[in-house]
Design a protein around this ligand. Structure first.
Ligand code: ZN
Length: 1151
């Protein structure tokens, strides 16, 4: 009868499938409950089961597209009251879902199978007696289905299934056959945090501890399931506390030890990993970390891990152990009296608000190194919701939050600038526009000098003489305008004794190529780590100096010393570092980006750190250098000597931890309590051939290019003397990781429970009696700039117009140079003078951030190109008038700051409202730009050179309203803006010619956090359309000709020169006389093709992400603490399901 009804459906296939026929019969039965015949249904389902068990074809047919097989089966399962039929159907489903993977389960879930199973579970749990076989079947199916159903946790809870399973486990602890699927289902339930809390209350934790036991080769699957369930339950803080109260931490540790000891052939690594997973989740809360320490967990995991280290396959155990130990490592106090800079500089006035005001309002005697309240349990919420991979820099935030969406803030600012009368004083920086040229201007060396008889005004131009007359720059600072700080008398280098730390080594091969420079006994080049026993030889001090002057046209050691004399530092430095004195010769050696196996090196280093706690007696803890201590440190000859008391130096303290290992602490920027990144220090008294480990322990950034192949820079004086005066990339085992030194909330911008990071590197010195220097990047001091400017001014020819003014004096009493470079007019004829004065202005600046020394090297490249005699350079000078401020922050550079000026502020965040007293260089640079605008000479291009610590290559940021608007979801129809695409021309040209430059890294999106930067303010307020920041990597390249190499000064200087060539080519696009040059037009079309815009826009998105992938261990770490907002469980039928699909599937994949 049934066959007849279904015959038409099957008619197309010969020998129609038997199973479809049976399903049809079943469907019919279901449609007509009255016709229900228990025997028939048993028989049919039994036949289907048989077919399914024997034929894969049948299984396929059941779930093939268009088949209603699954629906029929499920519908029958839902409706039938017959046990035998139910069991048959469960068996059918079991067969179906066991093979064929996720797709069949997906069909099951999509047809509502989960809920039907759960309802069946709950309803049959009321049967007396309980049918164990049925329970086994249902749970086995739930184990398969649960991980594939993203709503499984909620469904199970809403159907009331949780307690059914818990009760089953309770009653069947010895019945392993039923126990296993039940525990497995519990594990899936507890992937949902609400469920975990509920299960914890129902006693699931205790149940798991009844199952988990010492090493045994039996029932490992059950054990694994119980451990994974426990780990999932412990993600709830409430459960973790409950378990800790019962003393389960030491139980778990004992179990781990037991398995570690007995699992000799590592057959059960996966179980050991699961045990660690429980410990890891315990230690998410403070109580757990304490319990771990109290239960001797550090030593247990350390010892076990050390034994695991030689076995590669046990890496996962070592990594997880390391993670747990790092989390539990007791937080240490940074060994400093204060985190404020060791150097003091009183400000003319304190800003009304902001971090500096806070710093000054801090009551005396407050310990800013640690928070008292850190140990307070009340802060636990803060510390434990710590996501651990927060971003430290403002421009690192989620891009969409930071993109400027207020269209009014993107449009030119129609502001009343200062009255022209106030700006008129800036005319003296633009004499080329106003002053008549005299005949003698065109004679020897075209010395276009401003009038020399200027009254001693604060802003009087500093005149650098044409000849290298030995004029002390101090003369330009008359006594009556000494800055307020001058407690220190000016440097008297002549009175300083020489401290010779080098033995003269005459290498006959090199002496001929390197000149022999003999220092008279009057000048100290470096302090030899504070003098010492060598001083007795001072009178005969004779140092063989590499004649870098011959190799470096802009370098002259003697001139450098002259320059140093006029440089005013807050610490009143009296020493000069050898590298700055000798100079740095960039050779053609390309240093590849270091390849490192992420995680492995850092693991070894981290274990060494953990050993400090395990074997405290091995730790020397000997302070060998300390700027906070006024008395000299006693030296027994067993330690390295450190020194940082020279221009741009930064090292606050050095502590010998072990025989060949030193912890180093960097100094904060002056008038600030953080910003440590830049370092520059000297090391002496080393033994050659020994591996020394250095750890900079108060780094702040959450990640660093040091984790991605960047190396530190080292300068060996012995190498310099033997013919290689140069900074080289050095160091092995370099890594960067979070350490156990806690950061006070004051230092962490109000956030509690933060830690510092360690940057560690290992160096083997080659020479005995060497003096070596280490730096974050190629140093470039203010004195070096002055020396270079002197040398450059000497390069001027009759064709070159070069003038150096003093833009202003800095807070520290140093001069901020302003250069004007262009070509002399061909003659005094009106036509030539008129051409001269109609040249567009290009405004360049650099080094507003002292730690970005690379920007100075780029600037050096630009300046050298501009002063060169090549036809291109002459053409460029004839095309533009250059206004250049090569160092916007001389004080920061001199005093070894990383980010700020002496005012303790980031000067590149002050452009909106610079304060004349606190930010003089920015105030006057902006005023000069306002003057230029007011006189109709708005610059064609503005570019501020910077360095980038997180990205590779060289690239530019610019400003575009359209590209900003496109990045937001703002309805663009209401802002019909016409925007000239000219801002894209220069970056595009640079990408075509400069191998270091990467167009895809460029961005033209205006971010809110950048609204007070030079680039954005000059764009909006001065109206410079081509207003840029050019960022050069501190690390290296991942594209172009230099791909895979670390950056060096050669590449930086080349970039500076190529920037100039780019400007020359830009002239072709902007000069009306050249615009219709046909071959340029092609490029122009290419450049401004609107179709290409989306490409740039999308690359913008890429840019805002970082080059640095997220630190692997950090990911793991942060994944721990996701259980904030844990719902307080009452009866929560309406609570959302916090567990996500991905969490479930991740859990699943762990099994
Ligand atoms: Zn910068």
């Amino acid at each position: 009868m049934w066959q007849e009804i279904n015959k038409p459906k099957m008619a197309t296939e010969k020998g129609a499938s038997r199973v479809l026929t049976l399903l049809g019969q079943l469907e019919r039965l279901n449609e007509d409950p009255k016709a229900s015949d228990t025997d028939a249904t048993r028989q049919i389902t039994g036949k289907i089961l048989h077919l399914i068990q024997t034929q894969e074809k049948t299984r396929k047919e059941m779930v093939s597209k268009g088949s209603s097989g699954m629906e029929v089966i499920l519908s029958f399962l839902e409706n039938t009251r017959d046990l035998q039929t139910t069991m048959n159907i469960l068996s059918i489903l079991n067969e179906l879902l066991t093979v064929g993977g996720g797709r069949r389960t997906g069909v099951f879930v999509s047809k509502g199978g989960t809920a039907i199973l759960l309802q069946l579970l709950v309803s049959s749990s009321k049967d007396i007696p309980l049918n164990e076989e049925l329970m086994l079947h249902v749970h086995s199916l739930l184990v398969k289905v649960g991980p594939k159903d993203r709503k499984f946790g909620v469904k199970a809870r809403l159907n009331g299934a949780l307690n059914v399973t818990v009760n089953l486990v309770k009653r069947n602890l010895q019945n392993h056959k039923l126990l296993l699927p039940c525990v497995q289902v519990l594990r899936v339930y507890s992937g949902n945090l609400v469920n975990a809390v509920s299960l914890g209350k129902s006693g699931a934790l205790e149940l798991m501890f009844e199952i988990i036991g010492p090493f045994s080769k039996k029932n490992t699957t059950l054990l694994k399931a119980a451990l994974d369930t426990l780990a999932a339950l412990l993600k709830s803080k409430m459960n973790a506390r409950r378990a800790l109260d019962r003393g389960y931490m030491s139980t778990v540790l004992t179990i781990y030890q037991d398995w570690h000891r007995n699992d000799k052939r590592h057959r059960h690594m996966i179980i050991r990993k699961s045990i660690l997973g429980c410990i890891k989740n315990f230690t998410n809360i403070k109580l757990g970390r304490k319990a771990f320490i109290d239960a001797n967990g550090m030593r247990i995991l350390y010892n076990a891990s050390t034994e695991c280290l030689p076995v590669r396959t046990l890496d996962p155990l070592v990594n997880t152990s390391s993670l747990i130990m790092r989390k539990c490592f007791p937080k240490n106090r940074l060994p400093l009296p204060t985190i404020k800079s060791v150097y003091q500089h009183a400000l003319p006035h304190i800003p009304a608000g902001g971090p500096v005001a806070q710093l000054y309002s801090q009551p005396p005697g407050v310990d800013d190194v640690v928070d008292e309240s850190d140990e307070n349990e009340a802060t636990e919420v803060d510390t434990e919701n710590d996501t651990e991979n927060e971003d430290d820099e403002t421009d690192h935030k989620t891009q969409n939050d930071d993109i400027e969406t207020d269209i009014n803030k993107l449009l030119p600012r129609q502001m009343q600038t200062r009255p022209f009368d106030e700006l008129r004083v800036y005319e003296r920086f633009c004499l080329e526009f106003t002053r008549d040229f005299e005949d003698n201007d065109f004679e020897s060396h075209g010395s276009v000098m401003p009038p020399t008889s200027v009254e001693p005004d604060l802003h009087c131009p500093l005149i650098i003489p044409t000849m290298l007359a030995s004029i002390s720059p101090q003369n330009s600072h008359p006594q009556n305008i000494q800055p307020p700080r001058s407690n220190h008398s000016p440097l008297e280098l002549d009175s300083i004794s020489i401290s010779k730390t080098l033995e003269c080594k005459h290498n006959p091969d090199l002496v001929c190529s390197l000149g022999l420079l003999v220092l008279d006994g009057g000048v100290s080049v470096n302090g030899g780590s504070g003098g010492g026993p060598q001083e007795e030889t001072r009178d005969q001090a004779e140092i063989e100096v590499p004649d870098t002057a011959a190799l470096l046209p802009l370098h002259d050691p003697d001139l450098y010393l002259e320059m140093v004399k006029g440089t005013r530092s807050v610490p009143a430095y009296t020493e000069v570092a050898y590298p700055d004195y000798f100079g740095h010769v960039a050779l053609n050696l390309h240093e590849p980006i270091l390849e490192r196996v992420n995680g492995v090196q850092s693991r070894t280093k981290i274990f060494q750190d953990i050993e400090r706690l395990i074997h405290p007696s091995d730790i020397l803890d000997k302070v060998v250098y300390d700027l906070d201590m006024s008395c000299p440190i006693l030296d027994n000859g067993e330690s390295l000597k450190f020194n940082s008391k020279f221009e741009s130096g930064n090292l606050r303290k050095a502590i010998q931890v072990r025989k060949c290992e030193y912890d180093l602490i960097l100094n904060s920027d002056i008038n600030s309590n953080h910003y440590h990144q830049w370092f520059y220090f000297e090391v002496g008294s080393m033994r050659p051939g020994v591996r020394y480990r250095f750890n900079i322990i108060n780094c702040e950034k959450s990640n660093s290019q040091f984790n991605y192949g960047m190396q530190v820079l080292m300068y060996s004086v012995q190498e310099a003397i033997s013919g290689s005066p140069q900074w080289v990339r050095t160091g092995s085992d370099i890594c960067y990781y979070k350490n156990h030194f806690s950061r006070s909330s004051i230092a962490a911008g109000g956030q509690r429970g933060k830690s510092y990071f360690t940057m560690t590197f290992t160096v083997t010195f080659q020479h005995k009696d060497d003096v070596c220097y280490f730096a974050y990047h190629y140093p470039y001091t203010y004195s070096m700039l002055k020396m270079h400017l002197q040398k450059l001014s000497a390069l001027r020819t009759a064709e070159i117009y070069y003038r150096q003014d003093e833009l202003c004096e800095t807070l520290g009493g140093n001069s901020c140079p302003l250069l004007t470079i262009t070509a002399m007019p061909e003659s005094r004829s009106n036509e030539h003078i008129s051409q001269f004065r109609s040249r567009p202005v290009v405004f360049l600046s650099s080094r507003v951030h002292p730690g970005e020394t690379n920007s100075s090297w780029v600037m050096k490249g630009s300046l050298e190109f501009l002063m060169s005699c090549s036809p291109q350079a002459q053409h460029l000078r004839e095309s533009y008038i250059f206004k250049i401020i090569p160092m916007l922050n001389p004080d920061g550079v001199i005093n070894g700051n990383h980010r700020c000026s002496l005012s303790g502020e980031d000067l590149n965040r002050q452009w909106q409202n610079p304060n004349e007293g606190l930010h003089p260089t920015i105030y006057h640079a902006k005023s000069l730009l306002q003057y230029l605008r007011a006189t109709g000479r708005t610059p064609l291009v503005f570019c501020d050179y910077h360095g980038h610590s997180r990205k590779k290559n060289v690239f530019m940021y610019g400003c575009s309203i359209k590209e900003t608007v496109w990045q937001t979801n703002v309805n663009t129809s209401n802002c019909d803006i016409h925007e000239d695409l000219g801002y894209r021309t220069l970056p595009k040209l640079l990408s075509l010619m400069a191998p270091a430059f990467s167009l895809s890294s460029c961005s033209f999106v205006v971010e809110r956090s950048k609204e007070a930067t030079a680039r954005v303010v000059v764009w909006r307020e001065i109206g410079v359309q081509r207003s840029y920041t050019m960022e050069s990597t501190l690390c290296g390249f991942d594209q172009g000709k230099y791909k895979g190499l670390q950056i060096g000064t050669k590449e930086l200087e080349e970039m500076g020169a190529q920037f100039c060539v780019g400007l020359l080519r830009l002239r072709g696009f902007t000069d009306p006389l050249e615009l219709h040059n046909s071959h340029l037009e092609d490029i122009e079309n290419d450049l401004v093709d609107p179709c290409s815009i989306p490409n740039i826009t999308s690359s913008t998105t890429h840019l805002l992400e970082e080059d640095e992938p997220v630190f692997l261990e950090e990911v793991d770490y942060s994944a721990e603490s996701n259980d904030e907002n844990e719902p307080d469980l009452q009866d929560n039928h309406v609570l959302p399901d916090p567990s996500s699909d991905s969490e479930l599937s991740r859990q699943d994949s762990l099994t």
